[in-house]
Design a protein around this ligand. Structure first.
Ligand SMILES: NC(=O)c1ccc[n+]([C@@H]2O[C@H](COP(=O)([O-])OP(=O)(O)OC[C@H]3O[C@@H](n4cnc5c(N)ncnc54)[C@H](O)[C@@H]3O)[C@@H](O)[C@H]2O)c1
Length: 402
């Protein structure tokens, strides 16, 4: 591949443009705001500067690569690019309009992709004349750090399109995982959703922010779930949570503390305040005032919840959702789930992966514990039918979903 177009020069678009230029692709960015284009270029420049400071790139190389990126307010240059990544605001109508505009200007064989996190790829494809040339290319934030890219095959996406996106992901030095059909949250966010929400339910049961995050970190997660909500952005997490709830129903009913924090003006790390306090972007411990801010969503007093209990609840909801994901054919294998979770969330590799760990416990044990929580905590722990089937047949995930 020689060149790509990126529409939307914000956080993700700027990051994707820099990544592509780093790998010697010519990049044309387009936005509707002049400030966003200059911001995207500035972001790319600062990442190259950092690479030079760290001795990863010679100054001349960095300058040459940076020159591969250009941007503007029109679609100039889009007629000759090999692939386009759409990274505009997370709104279906905006995306459909942008994709139609791109399709009208791009060469016939150009592959169109969307970086959406939570919208339906199939619904976007309906706006296109050549839906076979379109698929999802879901990068994670920050683009230069996160190794995973989900390659999403829509209903109409052709094999050539999937292969082209897959090859580009490899060319960009990232790890592709193929999501075999459109679905809420694709693979990683679908499994992460119940996990983040369960962290909120733990707060609702009286756990302290630090206790929840410490338990997850002791298990091996790079960052606890509540810190992760702050990191993702409380507004973004709330939007994603709503979408998952609408699509997946009651088990994703947002936990009261996550709803309550979403109703404040706290944004998480980017705004300097969330569940934690931040000083110049660095977390300075959980905010002691957060429980007052959460009001009725948490009990008046904190209770000590056993670390093993916290960890069990957080891990079991992920395993249960992963069983559903496999059953629905969202990805091809248990190994794909594990690859996605390790590369997309930092799930501890020494556990072998989420489902390798489930197999080690054995699906029978996972089912028994999930059923115990269903009794205690309600239907969000209703065991997935695939989990039940495996347990009853005495089979493991890796054996049943090779
Ligand atoms: N930020 C994340 O953590 C993250 C992670 C993965 C995927 N995504 C997805 O990436 C996409 C972009 O997210 P972001 O965080 O970079 O948003 P952002 O707000 O930083 O950037 C969006 C950019 O799109 C531009 N834009 C809006 N309408 C446009 C139009 N009609 N034509 C051209 N440009 C237009 C805006 O001016 C803005 O510069 C969204 O779909 C989002 O869901 C975001």
């Amino acid at each position: 591949m020689e060149s790509i177009g990126v529409v939307g020069a914000g956080t993700m678009g700027g990051g994707i443009a820099q990544l592509a230029a780093y790998h010697d692709l010519r990049v044309r960015m387009k936005d509707i705001e002049h400030g966003a284009v200059t911001g995207g270029l500035r972001h790319a420049r600062s990442l190259f500067e950092k690479a030079v400071r760290r001795g990863k790139l010679a100054r001349r190389e960095a300058d040459r690569k940076l020159e591969l990126v250009s941007g503007g307010l029109d679609y100039g240059g889009f007629g000759t690019v090999d692939l386009v990544v759409e990274a505009v605001a997370e709104k279906m109508e905006v995306k459909r309009t942008v994709l139609r505009e791109v399709e009208a200007r791009a060469a016939e064989g150009c592959v169109l992709t969307t970086n959406t996190s939570s919208l339906s790829v199939d619904e976007m494809a309906e706006a296109l004349e050549r839906p076979e040339n379109f698929g999802g290319m879901h990068f994670f934030n920050p683009v230069h750090k996160m190794p995973l890219v989900e390659v999403v095959r829509g209903r109409e996406t052709s094999d050539r399109t999937v292969a082209t996106i897959y090859a580009l992901v490899l060319e960009l030095g990232k790890v592709p995982v193929v999501v075999r059909k459109d679905g809420p949250g694709f693979l990683v966010n679908r499994i992460l959703g119940p996990y983040l929400n369960e962290a909120g339910w733990l707060l609702a049961d009286g756990a302290r922010v630090e206790d929840v995050d410490d338990a997850a970190e002791a298990f091996g997660m790079p960052m606890g779930p509540i810190r992760l909500v702050d990191e993702v952005g409380i507004d973004v997490a709330r939007h994603a949570g709503r979408t998952l709830h609408e699509a997946l129903g009651d088990r994703l009913e947002p936990s009261p503390p996550l709803v309550a924090v979403g109703d404040t003006d706290r944004l998480g790390r980017k705004g300097g305040l969330g569940f934690y306090r931040y000083d110049d972007g660095d977390a300075k411990g959980a905010d002691p005032e957060i429980y007052d801010v959460l009001g009725d969503a948490v009990p008046a007093e904190r209770t000590s919840i056993d670390q093993r209990e916290i960890r069990s609840r957080l891990v079991l909801v992920m395993m249960n959702e992963a069983a559903r994901v496999l059953d629905e054919g969202i990805v091809a294998s248990a190994a794909d789930v594990d690859l996605g979770m390790i590369m997309g969330t930092g799930f501890p590799p020494f556990r072998g992966g989420l489902l390798r760990f489930a197999d080690e416990l054995h699906p029978r044990t996972v089912l028994d514990r999930t059923e115990e929580y269903r009794e205690k905590l309600g239907t969000r722990f209703e065991p997935a039918s695939a989990l039940r089937r495996l347990a009853e047949a005495d089979r493991e995930f890796y054996e049943a979903f090779p």
